[in-house]
Ligand binder design. Sequence first.
Ligand SMILES: [Zn+2]
Length: 189
Amino acid sequence: MVNNLDRSIEEKDRSSPSVIGHRPGRFWVGCSDSHVSFFELATNPSGLVHSNPGNLALSSDISFLASLKMAIDTYGVSEIIVCGHYGCRSVEAAASGIREEIIGDWLIPVKALAGKYPGLPTAADKPRPITDKLAEMNVVEQTINVSQTSIVRDAWASGRQLSIVGMIFDPVSGSLNRIGEPISSMTTP
Ligand SMILES: [Zn+2]
C-alpha cells in the first residue's frame, strides 16, 4: 500500500502539475486518522501539513487559521490541498450522530453535512458506502471553507496565484484522486 500511494503521488506529480506540481509550495490539510498525511510529509518535507479529525478547515479553528496564514504569507504556497479518505472513522462517527463531548462537538460540521443530504446517494459508476460519499462531500465543503477565509481572499485580492484542491485517498487501492474542481479565485460567495 505504501508503494501504491507513493507511486500515486509521483504519478500525480508527472500527470497533473496544476495539482501537485510545485513541491515546496503546497499546504496539506488532512485527517488525523489517515496515514496519507504522513506520506505527504515524507514525499514533500518542505511543505506544510495540518491535520485534524475529519480534515476540517474551519474559520473557528485558530490552529488551522494560523497554519494557513503561515503557509500563505511565510511559505508563499501556491496550492492548498484538502485531502479526505475512504473508510474515515471521523466521518463514520459523524454519520452515526456521535454525541460524545469534544469529538462530537468537533464533528458538528460533518454531522450538519450528513443531515443536509439524508440518504446520500452513492455514485453509480463507483459504488461506495454512504460514509465514503460523505467523505467526498466533506472534502468539497472544506475546500469551499478555505476559499472563504479572509486569509485566502486577501491573497487573491493582492494578485497571488493560489489554488485550493480537494483530494480523496483510497486506502484499499492506494490511489489518490482529485474531488471537484480546483478553486483559484473568488468564485464562491
Ligand atoms: Zn479520517
